[in-house]
Design a binder for this molecule. Structure first.
Ligand code: FES
Length: 115
């Protein structure tokens, strides 16, 4: 039995520092997070590439596939759905997503502990 841990929102940076369609890496409570601002939305996922095992997802390529905002790994080019974290190329592979919001011009992240 595991109870979900509710972590606090952490301020990461001013929204202005996030260039559209370019990733940024941030350390949130000891976890490397990759942040993206694309199509007027904010997304936060683990910076860890689940296939390559390196902390590189913030340097991934933002795009879209059939209207879905995507992120391609800079290592092996697997493409992930930014909204769900699911890999569109490999079944059973996913990026861990985190919650992200903008408050008073500041980007805030709340880590999600999902299995
Ligand atoms: S979008 Fe950040 S304060 Fe409005």
């Amino acid at each position: 039995m595991t109870a979900p841990t509710m972590l606090d929102w952490a301020v990461v940076c001013p929204l202005d520092l996030l260039d559209p369609d370019r990733g940024a890496a941030a350390l949130v409570d000891g976890v490397q997070v990759a942040l993206f601002r694309t199509g007027g939305e904010l997304y936060a996922v683990d910076n860890l590439d689940p296939v390559g095992g390196a902390y590189v997802m913030s340097r991934g390529i933002v795009g879209s596939r059939g209207g879905v905002p995507t992120l391609a790994s800079p290592l092996h080019k697997q493409v992930y759905d930014l909204r769900t974290g699911r890999c569109l190329d490999l079944p059973d592979v996913a990026l861990r997503r985190h919650e992200v919001r903008c408050r008073n011009g500041l980007v805030e992240v709340r880590l999600r502990q999902e299995g």
